[in-house]
Write a protein that binds this ligand. Sequence first.
Ligand code: ADP
Ligand code: ZN
Length: 365
Amino acid sequence: MNRIKINLDKKISRSYDLYIGKDIQDRATLLIARGNWAKRYFLITDTNVSDLYGSRVLDTFRSMGMPVEMITFPAGEASKTIHTAVAVAEELLGRGADRTSGLIALGGGVVGDLTGFIASIFMRGIPYLQFPTTLMAQVDSSIGGKTGVDLPMAKNMLGTFCQPKAVFTDVGFLKTLPVAEYMNGLAEIVKCAIIDDPGLLDLLEEQAVLLMNVGEPEPWVPIVTRACEIKKKIVEIDEKEQGLRRILNFGHTLGHAVEAEADYAIPHGEAVSMGMAGALNLSEKLGHLPVSDRERIMGFLQKAGLPVRIPGGLSTEGVISRMQRDKKKEGKVVHFVLLRRPGMPFVNGGVPESLIRETIEGLKR
Ligand code: ADP
Ligand code: ZN
């Protein structure tokens, strides 16, 4: 089991451990018992994950004498709303939860974001722990302490920064993950490799075939660990997304716009992959990135089965205006994370709109 210590705000009380391994349930339960963060725990999960793992996880906790019960909500992004948060909070209250209770998120990003959000506001804040079960949640949403729910007009519009007490990342959960969900996570891992760890890019290239062997979680331990280390390093330096953390948005400026313009019919990872293709093209067009580097990374994305073309039916103008409306933009300037070399990203707020248009059109062909 690997351990990564996340140090936030230089205050001991806000640091926590992230454990990564395969089949680590027993050890996780012992650590939770020892952590003594709450007198009683509520396992929050969605219907899919509950069917697959709910009773097993509950049994493990109970076999070690931990008082825990489960609250389930319907699987899917549609559940990530303030209404579900209210329903879960009412359920918690109905079952006698109080300020000495803690929450355990068992599931993907939706479960993690929602559980963290509820924990951050229930009775002005109670502790929470995470058991991320999707590749995406393991490498991305479980680090950084962003919690939140969607509004009908836009995703993640209501939220808080709230760090968990510990995260237990068990790649054993990946055995049952649908291929499309693997792709989602893989896109974020490739992003981390591109912006900060060219060595990881080499490793991914070597193991491309192995990684597609979906039923076998073993090869993911070192890869998930490295991706988490990259995200940890960046989030520690810039917890609240003022500067450096922006580089984690590599591929996301265009990716988010494509995702929204497609009415979320394109999964996040695929949209990010298209966004990365856009950022690579822009970097090359502006003379920052050597052609060979762009070709190499584009080649890997394709080999891994990640899309690098934007669907022809999507409106270019629609995508551009979505980028200008994105909540991270300042004034009317769209900030792109561009690349000089793998491992050398930088933020550019001055990409001409005409070049953005040309790049999107290029990706549609
Ligand atoms: P993310 O935002 O992390 O991609 P979601 O929370 O939206 O993930 O989960 C995506 C889907 O995968 C949901 O339907 C969820 O119930 C399901 N899911 C989560 N973890 C697993 C798993 N380990 N095996 C199978 N399905 C899973
Ligand atoms: Zn992302």
